[in-house]
Design a protein around this ligand. Structure first.
Ligand code: 56B
Length: 366
């Protein structure tokens, strides 16, 4: 390509990012998550997408996913993820994604941070939650049974503190909020869905957007929204990852069968923005970058946090589109890209590969 001629591929990506391509603007018809992300992307001044970085990352991600044969089957290969394809697994995933938030520690000493001892290993972060659920079940505590959550005499604060006990002096973050989420969800499941997670799933009639909407309209603790530049924006992170985990655990069958699974977006957490920045897809304003590098907290639902979350969702959408542009037959969606980015970020952390720190926000939303 000569310097004077425009790079058609780049223009196509740019057009797509501005939502002016020939394609219908890719919004989630019923959840509005993608619309919100596009609004945030167009109005962000502290977070920007690097088009070249995004194009390069798309090629790299697809290559690595191919090399690792990364599919929804990879989900069950994680040692702690439940292997069954039954109601017990659906219940496990519901509790897991009800509480799948905010594991980061204030402590600078990794040995001090909250950790769960299970099967002779210390688990931290997201895996500490999964390990704690397994440990409770092994101790015959019916922690994944919704009817148990509302029994005042059995599911006491002391029992829940025991379930989430730490192997270090640091407690699990937001323990009180987690107990509130469990009891609220138990009451709502009993009142509206006969205490049955499968009944909740069946009510969505194999639509992922319908299941996301059932969660965010029935359960306040799944209603992950914010306001940005005068508009309400939806993130719905834990509602969406619940659907995605079901789809992966059941390999797209039975309780994991969804005819519109590709409308699920990336899950706006604190790990994927970190990975996208490390890949050169996201760039931050100097004030935001120094706040993140200094490990200062970002206010929940504040402008900086909303820009990080929304631009990350939009960035993964562009990566998905770029992969499909480069490989029209690619079987890839935002879920698999997201799962892959999370796992890769955790591998890099384990290998102490230097990256920008993840942002710090304390909330129940992610
Ligand atoms: N976007 C996105 N966010 C994810 C996950 C997962 C785990 N998903 C498993 C299922 C399939 C994948 O292969 C993973 O094995 C946890 N999180 C979020 O990260 C944070 C925890 O971070 P750390 O403290 O370092 O463990 C916290 O906000 C948590 O909600 C994901 O997949 N995507």
């Amino acid at each position: 390509m000569s310097d004077s001629e425009p790079d058609e591929e780049l223009l196509s990506l740019l057009r797509q990012s501005l939502g002016i391509s020939g394609e219908p603007s890719s919004k989630s018809p019923a959840t509005g998550v993608l619309e919100g992300a596009q609004h945030i992307y167009h109005n962000s001044i502290d977070v920007a997408l690097d088009t070249y970085g995004t194009k390069a990352a798309a090629a790299q991600i697809w290559r690595l996913m191919q090399e690792k044969s990364y599919t929804f089957k990879t989900w069950s290969e994680h040692s702690l993820h439940p292997k069954g394809k039954d109601e017990a697994t659906a219940n496990f995933i519901f509790l897991m994604d009800l509480l799948n938030f905010c594991f980061w520690s204030e402590s600078s000493d990794p040995q001090q941070r909250f950790a769960v001892e299970y099967q002779g290993q210390r688990w931290t972060g997201y895996w500490s939650l999964v390990a704690a659920i397994h440990r409770a079940l092994d101790e015959d505590i019916p922690i994944t049974t919704p009817s148990f959550w509302i029994t005042d005499t059995e599911c006491t604060d002391d029992v829940l503190k025991h379930v989430f006990r730490s192997a270090t002096p640091e407690l699990i973050p937001l323990l009180d909020e987690r107990m509130t989420c469990i009891r609220e969800a138990g009451r709502i499941l009993m009142e509206n869905f006969n205490g049955s997670v499968p009944q909740l799933i069946h009510q969505a009639k194999q639509s992922s957007t319908a299941l996301v909407n059932l969660l965010v309209t029935n359960f306040p603790c799944f209603k992950d929204v914010a306001t940005f530049e005068g508009r309400s924006v939806h993130f719905y992170k834990r509602a969406q990852i619940f659907v995605a985990d079901l789809w992966a655990a059941f390999e797209g069958q039975d309780l994991g069968r969804f005819h519109d699974i590709d409308t699920i977006t990336m899950f706006a957490d604190y790990r994927i923005p970190q990975m996208l920045h490390s890949l050169g897809c996201l760039r931050y304003s100097p004030s935001l970058e120094s706040r993140i590098r200094n490990l200062n907290e970002l206010e929940s639902q504040g402008s900086w946090e909303v820009q990080l979350r929304g631009c990350s969702i939009w960035c993964v959408e562009l990566i998905r589109k770029e992969i499909r542009r480069q490989h029209p037959k690619a079987e890839v969606n935002a879920i698999l890209i997201d799962f892959f980015l999370y796992d890769t970020m955790k591998d890099r952390e384990a290998d102490a590969v230097e990256t920008i720190p993840h942002h710090r926000t304390r909330s129940i939303w992610y």
